[in-house]
Every structure is written in C-alpha cells, then in structure tokens.
Write a new protein. Structure first.
Length: 291
C-alpha cells in the first residue's frame, strides 16, 4: 500500500485543492468505473474479506499485540487499495500510548483509513456486528459495540474503554454519533470521552475528508441517511478513485478539563483543520446512520 507523507507547511499540509469552494461542492467526477472494473474489484474484495476472516479466526488470536496491530494495518491498507482509495495521511510521529482517538465521522471507511496508519480499537454502533463479513471481522479484532438507543449503555462502554486504556490500547470514538456528508462537522457529544478523563489519557483529534478525482468533496464516500451498506459499497466501487485525507492533530491533555469542554476543544480543532462549520443539531433531528 503506497502512502503519501505530506510536508509540514501550515495550511497546505493536506495538499488541499487551490479553490476552497471545491471542498464543499457536491460535484462528482464526470466518469465512473466500467462494469469489468467493478466486477474485478468485487472479486478481489470478496477474496480479501474471506482471507481477513480466516486470519482473524485462526492467526490473529495467537499473535502478540504488536503483530496483531501490524496485521490490522496491512489488511486495512490493502482493503483501501482494492476499493480504489488512496490515503493521504499527515501525522507528526507516533501516537500517544494509550490514547483516545477522536474523529469526525463521514463513512464506514473512516475505520480503515485510520487503521491503515495507526491501528486502534473502535467504538461502533451495534448494527455493524450484523454486516456481512465486515461485522464478524470487526468483532474478532476488538471493536467495542454500543447500543446507542440505550442511554445506560454509554456507562458500560466507558468501563470497557477505560479497561482498554489501562491495558495500553488506543481506542477511537466518533463523538458526532452520526455520519455526515462531509460538508460540516456536527456537534460532538461528550459521553464517551469520560473514560479518557478518568484515566488521564490524551485525546488525539483526527480530521477526515474524502475527495474525488477532480479534488472536490466525494459524495460517494459518505454513508448517510437511509442508505444501506450495500448501496454505499456500490457507490464507492463506481468511483474511479477516491482520496482519503486524514490529519492527526496535536494531542489534547484532559487534565483540568471536564468532558464537555474536551468535546468542544476537539470539535473546534477538527472543524478548524477541515475549514468546515460546526452544526449543532436540535434533539431528535435525524442526520445519518448512527456511528
């Protein structure tokens, strides 16, 4: 998997298109992949997922933690390559260990983009467990599933996250709670940040965005509304290429900050890096599939 390291030069760190308006555009590339290309991608994807399941069941549990993380990183990178997704990753060295990764949420691809560089344990909606192939794969590699319709489940998840942080793991959460089209950053909820406060672990903000071949925001990458996972996958396969940009920002130390203040700090850092407004939704307003 070929990865681009970007120069550390201020606003151009993510090599954004010259016209900022293009980022907010919903324009798509004028061409799509042909049927033969899509069939080839689907065939390779099916084989890669089957291989991943076999590795997760028979090899992964028997490897030391460092080797497990390497397996996740390599497998995620290959998945992105099969889907025609090229990651552009900007980081400033190794992530803190342990830490809580906090990211904006656009797509189910977010998990694999982050894992292709810095493998972490993710907190995901319980529905992901039922997704064909990917669900069992996530479950076998340490994903923490949350019942978002049950308010009390946040307390259980915070305990699980706290135990993982105490064991020296990195854990990733999507505080928006739902996905977006990638044109805004939605209000960050603070509930799942409590474990980082309790353990005094740094928060690692990550800014994510997806671009198409023309350098415009890639609408096909977003997983929103009532769209099914199959429909989302088909839309991604139809794209000639997608650029997945991920910027790992400066870590935030939780000492002296309550969880709600940490939510605002990380929300502001990510929206600022992306140049996007923050939208505070009214309670009960639907926006996309829960994270």
């Amino acid at each position: 998997m070929r990865r681009s390291r970007l120069p550390h030069n201020g606003l151009k760190r993510l090599q954004r298109p010259e016209a900022p308006a293009a980022i907010g555009s919903t324009a798509r590339a004028t061409t799509t992949t042909g049927g033969a290309t899509r069939l080839w991608r689907v065939s390779r994807l099916a084989l890669h997922l089957a291989q991943g399941l076999a590795l997760a069941r028979f090899v992964y549990p028997r490897r030391p933690r460092d080797a497990q993380l390497a397996m996740i990183r390599v497998w995620s990178g290959r998945l992105l390559a099969i889907l025609g997704i090229a990651p552009r990753i900007l980081d400033h060295g190794a992530l803190p260990v342990p830490c809580m990764v906090v990211a904006n949420h656009v797509s189910w691809l977010d998990i694999f983009v982050i894992n292709s560089r810095h493998p972490v344990r993710f907190v995901a909606k319980s529905e992901v467990r039922g997704w064909p192939l990917i669900g069992p794969l996530c479950a076998m590699t340490g994903t923490v599933f949350i019942e978002r319709i049950k308010r009390r489940d946040a307390h259980r998840i915070n305990e699980v996250i706290g135990e993982a942080l105490a064991d020296g793991d990195r854990v990733a959460v999507f505080p928006e709670g739902v996905t977006s089209h990638g044109d805004v950053v939605q209000h960050f909820h603070a509930n799942l940040l409590q474990a980082a406060v309790d353990r005094a672990c740094p928060l690692q903000p990550v800014a994510l965005r997806y671009l198409d071949c023309d350098g415009a925001r890639c609408a096909a990458a977003a997983y929103v509304g009532d769209q099914s996972f199959a429909a989302s996958l088909l839309a991604i396969l139809a794209e000639p290429a997608i650029i997945a940009e991920a910027e790992f920002l400066a870590p935030v130390m939780p000492r002296g900050h309550p969880r709600r203040e940490l939510a605002r700090i990380t929300e502001t850092a990510i929206s600022g890096a992306l140049g996007l407004p923050v939208v505070h939704r009214k309670p009960g307003t639907p926006s996309g599939p829960p994270a």
